[in-house]
Design a protein around this ligand. Structure first.
Ligand code: PAP
Length: 345
């Protein structure tokens, strides 16, 4: 046992090297701060990404101390891009032989409680893994993942979403969590910050590109998914996910409709109507309580049209075009279709 390990440590106390925690807090206290969102905590800039200090602490601890197992599967995403959904799907896929549709823990626990998140609890528990479950979720950018994850063969599932919808989802979520004594930020001011890359785990374009580029270099390592594609053909992507994760459906399972049952169990309509997701609570940043229902707002593609002006959409589209589409990706998120290409067809 080295100095950073201890036995019999109660859950919910810092168990990773206290010296490391002090050192990391010292580093965080020197980072640039952004408080424009006027939220429970400001954002700090770590390794080129903005993140709440309490989460940055977990990310830094994870980078240094988390030991990936070869069978671990990391479920990664920028915020508000389908995390809850992909957690439910991956959980349902890997646990399907233990539970059926009437006994799944997803019926009683919110997906965030079923799949542990590195950036929330690492350092609070001796081992954040749930027994028998290979899944660990995080919003960490690719380069800030624990070194053992980057250097091992453990797999990564990544989901992202049209930033216009991800922004609207984030704006509504933060508005609901804001303590009453803090004055709300306007949609316009939040949008400016988002476009400047100053949002949770932003800049969104660098978050996406980190995983996208690695998925091209190491396709066996990262399965790169988009919310919109998954909405269009969930069945196809559930099969793809299960194959990638090493839990393929047998022909018999397919005939018995197991895939379809998972699709339905994890659907927005079904999940958002479960008692736990309507009335349950989670602990969020600094132990602020978050209503589970806040993770289930509309679950639609293109809701941004109800909130962004054409000018705002165009501004974000330009960023998508310059930062993402130029790297060969994300073109289908652009509101304005490329005229030249259409004329040539
Ligand atoms: P997180 O980053 O805080 O975990 P995340 O789950 O990534 O949040 O994003 C929440 C969005 O996913 C919400 O989108 P909206 O605000 O545009 O409605 C939420 O409604 C949507 N969502 C949650 N569960 C599902 C689901 N089962 N299917 C499809 N979309 C879902």
């Amino acid at each position: 046992m080295n100095q950073c390990q201890s036995s019999n440590v109660p859950i919910d106390q810092e168990v990773v090297c206290p010296e490391a925690v002090d050192r990391i807090r010292g580093i965080i206290s020197t980072l640039p701060i952004e408080n424009g969102w006027r939220f429970i905590e400001p954002l700090c800039l770590y390794q080129g990404f903005w993140c709440h200090p309490s989460l940055t602490e977990r990310i830094m601890l994870g980078e240094e101390f988390f030991k990936a197992e070869p069978n671990d599967i990391f479920v990664c995403s920028p915020p508000k891009s389908g995390t809850t959904w992909i957690k439910a799907l991956t959980f349902a896929i890997v646990t399907r032989t233990c539970f059926d549709g009437s006994t799944s823990p997803l019926l009683l626990k919110m997906p965030h409680e079923c799949v542990p998140a590195l950036h929330r609890i690492f350092g609070k528990k001796p081992d954040i893994r749930e027994p028998g479950l290979p899944l660990i979720a995080t919003h960490s950018p690719y380069a800030s993942l624990p070194k053992s994850v980057l250097n091992s063969d453990c797999k990564i599932v990544y989901i992202c979403r049209d930033p216009k919808d991800a922004f609207i989802s984030l704006f509504h979520f933060k508005a609901k969590l804001r303590p009453q004594e803090i004055e709300p930020i306007s949609l316009e001011a939040a949008f400016d910050l988002y476009c400047e890359g100053k949002s949770d785990f932003g800049p969104f374009w660098d978050h996406i590109l980190g995983y996208w580029r690695t998925s091209l270099e190491r396709p066996g390592k990262i399965l790169f998914l988009k919310y919109e594609d998954m909405m269009k053909d969930t069945t196809f992507y559930v099969k793809k996910l299960s194959e990638f994760m090493g839990y393929p459906f047998s022909l018999e399972e397919e005939k018995e409709g197991v895939v379809q049952k998972i699709v339905e169990l994890c659907s927005f309509e079904f999940m958002s109507n479960l008692e736990v997701n309507k009335n349950g609570m989670l602990f969020g940043i600094r132990n602020h309580q978050v209503r589970n229902k806040n993770f289930f707002r509309k679950g639609k593609v293109g809701d941004w049209r109800n909130h962004l002006t054409p000018e705002m959409a165009e501004r974000l589209d330009k960023i998508i075009e310059q930062k993402l589409a130029a790297s060969g990706f994300g073109r289908d998120w652009l509101n304005v279709k490329p005229v030249l290409e259409e004329q040539q067809v």
